[in-house]
Design a protein around this ligand. Structure first.
Ligand SMILES: [Zn+2]
Length: 466
């Protein structure tokens, strides 16, 4: 099977053919670090974590870069509000987001570059664009990209230049040659962080940072460029314009965009004020619940975030955990065992076919839940031994590709399970020795602790009571 990826540039699914066989260079736009990250940020990081984990499962070596925008108007505005240095604010939220990514089991990108650490690269690129005639300096010391020199400008967002101009959020400047031109470098205003440059003290515009970081850490051409679909225009359009004008080469082969997380019908964002922070979410739910929620939806579509969806995925998580309960019997041959073995082979095929189709995580989860049903049916039929254990191992392997940890919550007794298993083993010995009173005492005392023991011809099992 070939892995196909939906490419926003062509609006089509295309087979993955990396520039260098076996290696994938992937760049994903990261957050602007001026406030606590919310679950919308987590969604983008988790979507691209699915992509990375599956590529690695498929044997690709992934070089994954995610930036932090630590120089930005919003950070400066926040610093003016709080009286802190912008760098201090940025450092705090960079450290916090990295920690949250660990809690969400997102593999750490190979490199986390920051704008403040990439200034010489940015200046070099801006200078090159000026020399090539693609950019110009204004009398006030700003530098703008000359959009009309880029003949295919608008190819990603499919906007004509005139439409693109009316869509820009940047206010027009008297000094711009053309309304659609965008800032590569902004002259410093009093009290702002600034760096020396050939155009005087200033700081980079937003778009140029990603072009410069790509060039520095991944080279002139990359395989996958990702981010939220709110970045297609103008950010990614402008990244393409800068990089391709500078290198005269195709920049990214595949442009991947995730849909937005929606809270009460609107995109979750700081500016709209409708958000749930990652810490708030994780204080009430397991990180697997968020992953299951995102995996259960098509990554390019908007995802509604609400209590019902959370509750559904809490249940999905307990079903997955339930499949990992120990065998209740020891049957190792016969039709029930054969049936389980067949299901185990099928599930991997189904999982891979789904993931090969533009990372269809919902389809992949569907295969996993077929395995959950097969394991539970086999357990009820008394299947144990190697085939049963193998099915559970397969389940653990495949959920791992989706970054699920399947850690049982502490309250449901899973952390005590080796000890309960030990008590049941002793109780079985007591019953064999006809020590009924002691055996009953073990059962009754466990019941007091909320553990229900059930005896059957295949042996004793236990579960947590209500
Ligand atoms: Zn970017």
């Amino acid at each position: 099977m070939t892995l196909v990826i939906y490419n926003t540039l062509t609006r089509d699914k295309e087979p993955l053919q990396p520039i260098e066989p076996g290696k994938v260079r992937m760049y994903v736009c990261g957050p602007t670090v001026y406030h606590e990250a919310h679950v919308g940020h987590a969604m983008s990081s988790i979507v691209f974590d699915f992509v990375r984990r599956y590529l690695e499962y498929r044997g690709y070596e992934v070089r994954h870069v995610m930036n932090f925008t630590d120089v930005d108007d919003k950070i400066i505005a926040r610093a003016n509000e709080t009286g802190e240095e912008p760098g201090v604010i940025a450092d705090r939220y960079v450290a916090q987001y990295q920690e949250q990514l660990d809690q969400l089991n997102v593999l750490r990108p190979t490199i986390f570059p920051r704008v403040s650490q990439t200034i010489p690269d940015i200046i070099k690129m801006v200078q090159g664009l000026i020399e090539q005639g693609h950019a110009y300096e204004t009398p006030s010391g700003d530098v703008y990209f000359r959009v009309r020199t880029d003949t295919d400008y608008g190819k990603l967002s499919r906007r004509r230049l005139d439409e693109a101009i009316s869509g820009t959020r940047v206010s027009s400047s008297e000094e711009k040659e053309d309304e659609g031109d965008f800032a590569l470098w902004k002259a410093a205003k009093p009290g702002e962080p600034s760096w020396d440059s050939p155009w005087g003290k200033g700081r980079p515009g937003w778009h140029i940072e990603c072009s410069a970081m790509n060039l520095r850490y991944l080279g002139e051409q990359i395989d996958i460029h990702g981010g939220g679909n709110d970045l297609i225009f103008p950010h990614h359009e402008n990244e393409i314009a800068q990089t391709e004008s500078y290198t005269c080469k195709t920049f990214a082969r595949y442009w991947m965009h995730n849909g937005m997380l929606q809270l009460k019908g609107e995109k979750m964002s700081k500016s709209l004020g409708n958000l749930v922070t990652i810490d708030q979410f994780l204080s009430e739910h397991d990180s697997d619940v968020l992953r299951l929620m995102i995996a259960g939806s098509q990554y390019r579509k908007p995802l509604a975030f609400n209590d019902d969806v959370i509750a559904d995925n809490e249940r999905a998580l307990s079903r997955l955990l339930g499949a990992l309960r120990p065998a209740s019997g020891s049957i190792t041959s016969g039709p029930a065992v054969d049936e389980l073995a067949v299901q185990v082979r099928r599930v991997r095929e189904g999982f891979e076919a789904a993931m090969d189709d533009d990372f269809n995580t919902a389809g992949a989860l569907g295969s996993l839940f077929e395995l959950v049903r097969a394991v539970n049916t086999a357990r009820a039929a008394g299947v144990g031994g190697e085939v049963f254990a193998g099915a559970q191992t397969e389940l653990r392997t495949l959920v791992g590709v989706l970054g699920l940890r399947l850690q049982a919550p502490k309250s449901d007794g899973q952390s005590a399970s080796p000890f309960v298993d030990l008590l049941l083993e002793i109780r079985t010995d007591l019953r064999k020795a006809k020590q009924w009173a002691l055996a009953d005492k073990v059962r009754d005392r466990l019941k007091d602790l909320g553990v229900i023991v059930e005896d059957s011809p295949q042996g004793s099992t236990w579960r947590m009571g209500e």
